[in-house]
Design a protein around this ligand. Sequence first.
Ligand SMILES: NC(=O)C1=CN([C@@H]2O[C@H](COP(=O)(O)OP(=O)(O)OC[C@H]3O[C@@H](n4cnc5c(N)ncnc54)[C@H](OP(=O)(O)O)[C@@H]3O)[C@@H](O)[C@H]2O)C=CC1
Ligand SMILES: Cc1cn([C@H]2C[C@H](O)[C@@H](COP(=O)(O)OP(=O)(O)O[C@H]3O[C@@H](C)C(=O)[C@@H](O)[C@H]3O)O2)c(=O)[nH]c1=O
Length: 284
Amino acid sequence: MNKVIVMGASGQLGQCLRSVSGQYPDTDVIFPGEGEANVLDIYKLEELFKHHLPQYCINCAAYTAVDKAESDQVIAGKVNKEGPQNLAELCNKYNAVLIHISTDFVFSGNHHLPYSEDDVPAPINVYGVTKLEGEQVIASSTSKFFIIRTSWLYSEFGNNFVKTMLRLGREKTELKVVADQIGTPTYGVDLAHFILKIVDSGSESYGIYHYSNEGVASWYDFAKAIFEISEIDILVYPVRSSEFITAAQRPSFSVMDKSKARNEFKLNIPYWRESLVGCVTEIN
Ligand SMILES: NC(=O)C1=CN([C@@H]2O[C@H](COP(=O)(O)OP(=O)(O)OC[C@H]3O[C@@H](n4cnc5c(N)ncnc54)[C@H](OP(=O)(O)O)[C@@H]3O)[C@@H](O)[C@H]2O)C=CC1
Ligand SMILES: Cc1cn([C@H]2C[C@H](O)[C@@H](COP(=O)(O)OP(=O)(O)O[C@H]3O[C@@H](C)C(=O)[C@@H](O)[C@H]3O)O2)c(=O)[nH]c1=O
């Protein structure tokens, strides 16, 4: 029986993991409460490791407020860099595998073809910089790690773009959504299955993996699909990023190539719209 401990258990992805963990009977997944699993509290973290002696640690804890990070660099840096460093050092000491979640926002967005794991990251906002630092510090602190870069995460849990659109759809009659940022949505429940499949597989092919749903969309396409599937009648206008001003700049293209994950773990990844239908049904 694999013992797995989840950090950031009450966040969106943490809750997705909780919702599917029962489908993995050979894995004992522990979800510590927030008080006992602050990734910046190395002493309490070590107590957790000593007590549970996990084979895997899944790090879903992060500072994810992309715009706020621009003016909150210190705390974003601590959570997204020092947190992973603490966990990597403990995993190394207690011989556990670290599964850490990173982001498409480590890339600049200057590509026109999907980013592979070998492409050089060059983040263009504070959140992306701190997430890249988290990746780098893991790679220099331990060797048994999986870093999963994902993108545009949504689910029935926590805060995300789908839930924001459903709320705005109830409050407004029209909406502007950027059409010049291209990426791929990822259903958190699909990602949670991928993470627990890695654990189940016992794979030692450590390293960085890209994972999102299949396909390509702009935030505008994504919003249109959310309203269509939910049968919400609202006018949605495609706009340029320059017409929707935000504190943080976002990559204009962050589609990721998933062939490494697909081949290594024999995955059949759902197309983004299919998974969106499942999520919206779940929310309704
Ligand atoms: N959301 C997205 O669109 C994407 C997310 N990712 C990555 O996926 C991962 C999961 O994201 P998601 O679940 O959506 O994020 P959430 O913001 O929903 O969850 C993050 C969790 O981490 C917790 N947390 C913050 N600081 C600490 C700390 N010091 N110690 C322990 N826990 C802490 C938060 O608690 P609290 O709320 O109390 O601060 C929250 O529960 C993150 O690594 C993120 O960078 C990657 C691509 C897209
Ligand atoms: C609410 C809203 C947003 N937008 C734009 C702003 C932004 O460019 C885009 C997405 O907005 P959000 O702020 O919801 O999403 P954002 O926080 O940028 O999402 C990112 O989060 C981090 C954590 C990641 O790692 C990324 O992969 C990505 O998912 O949509 C509109 O154009 N119209 C709107 O009404």
